[in-house]
Design a protein around this ligand. Structure first.
Ligand code: T4K
Length: 379
């Protein structure tokens, strides 16, 4: 194939983790070498926990070694059972956390604007077996917070947010993680804020903290007592150290991502068949976690998959987050889905998330836009 624009010399991935200056991380390592305390509620983890309490202005938090186990333990600790209404347009971990708790996911459609769960569909799907709504702030875009809160209150069910993508997203001047009964945030390396891997729960009910602490540490109360059959989901000192070092740079990371996003949006809006999400309401402070576009095959002259494959020829590795829908994975296909999922199916077939990370040069994002523009057969 003849390429119209020079391919990138090195691969451009959908994301790259932010790394703090090596000397700063090494300073922290020296402390670990000195104390030989590597895990099990060490001093650095305790400091990281305090930093997060300050950041979120609450003591109702609990840290984990990853977001998946955090969510799994949240569901278990809150006693969620039966049916949970959720979205099929998410990362598989959302639904795996239900599966591990023997909870039946009830998939309902998403809204076309920001791809979050459609509250009307949620309400219509509630049955006497429903114990909770598990909504996802997908790409960090806020769900319909007030409407969902009203539904949960009226039906006396829990409202749980998978806020894996939403660290740094504020509503007014408050973190979105305060919405609902509980939110889970992921600190995985691919997120704008990370601790190598990690997960955080933020919750309303203070009594849950003790339960979560037991569940993530085998259920140990002391050397002689195990109060609950827990698992091992503790964050270790290296993770906590990375978290402490990265959080210092978080605002800078967000600012850089914002500039890249602006450039993408400005360049891509000109290209026929490339659809961008609408601007967020002014009271939302976004974290620019992802750069999703929808590809309209008719208008663009090439399918989403065609664009995805063609970009690879240029060494650009965009991703189809979140395709396929979770209910279409082989391991979940046996779950009956009543909702036709019209919007979710359309979005999953058109979505593509473009590379975005703080160290992506503006000239590189500009070139990615040029490549996309050159690939359309309709311009
Ligand atoms: N809920 C939702 C809605 C989620 O999106 C996630 C995770 C979870 C729950 C669970 O949270 P965690 O248990 O993960 O804390 C990635 C991430 O592994 C996953 O955390 C994330 N969502 C999901 C959306 O994306 P993959 O399999 O696509 O990642 P991978 O390894 O292909 O990485 C993507 C690109 O990032 C690579 O092509 C290159 C770059 N990369 C990646 C890593 C790990 C690096 O440059 N360096 C790295 O260290 O799942």
């Amino acid at each position: 194939m003849r390429l119209m624009i020079e391919p990138f010399k090195k691969p451009i991935y959908v994301t790259r983790p932010f790394l703090p200056p090596l000397e700063e991380f090494c300073q922290g390592l020296e402390e670990i070498w000195e104390t030989r305390w590597l895990t099990n509620n060490g001093p650095i983890l305790r400091r990281f926990t305090q930093k997060l309490c300050d950041f979120f202005e609450t003591d109702n938090i609990c840290l984990f070694n990853n977001g998946t186990l955090a969510l799994q333990i949240a569901l278990q600790g809150m006693g969620i059972s039966g049916e949970v209404i959720t979205t099929p347009f998410t990362f598989v971990a959302t639904i795996n956390a239900l599966f591990w708790n023997k909870i039946k996911p009830v998939f309902v459609d998403i809204e076309p604007e920001f791809y979050t769960i459609d509250p009307e569909k949620v309400e219509a799907a509630i049955t006497p077996r429903t114990t909770a709504i598990l909504a996802v702030h997908v790409y960090g875009y806020p769900c319909k917070l007030n409407v969902l809160a009203n539904i949960a209150r009226r039906h006396n069910i829990k409202l749980i947010y998978d806020a894996a993508h939403a660290f740094g997203v504020n509503v007014g001047n408050k973190s979105i993680a305060h919405c609902g009964d509980l939110s889970m945030l992921s600190f995985h390396a691919t997120k704008p804020f990370h601790s190598l891997e990690g997960g955080l729960l933020i919750f309303k009910e203070p009594g849950l903290k003790g339960t979560f602490d037991y569940l993530k540490n085998f259920g140990f109360k002391n050397e002689l007592e195990v109060v609950i059959p827990g698992t091992n989901a503790k964050m270790n000192e290296m993770q906590a150290l990375m978290g402490i070092k990265v959080i210092k740079y978080f605002e800078e990371v967000i600012r850089k991502r914002a500039v890249i996003t602006d450039l993408y949006r400005w360049r891509l809006k000109e290209i026929p068949g490339i659809h961008l999400l609408p601007a967020l309401p002014s009271e939302i402070r976004y974290n620019y976690a992802y750069m999703p576009i929808e590809v309209d095959e008719q208008e663009f002259g090439m399918s989403r998959d065609g664009l995805y494959e063609n970009l690879k020829q240029y060494n650009v590795y965009a991703r189809r987050y979140f395709y396929p829908l979770i209910c279409d994975y082989a391991c979940y296909r046996n779950i009956s889905v009543k909702d036709p999922l019209t919007v979710a199916r359309r979005v999953a077939s058109r979505i593509l998330t473009l590379p975005i990370y703080d160290s992506l040069a503006l000239s590189d994002s500009e070139r990615i836009c040029e490549i996309i523009a050159a690939l359309t057969t309709r311009s």
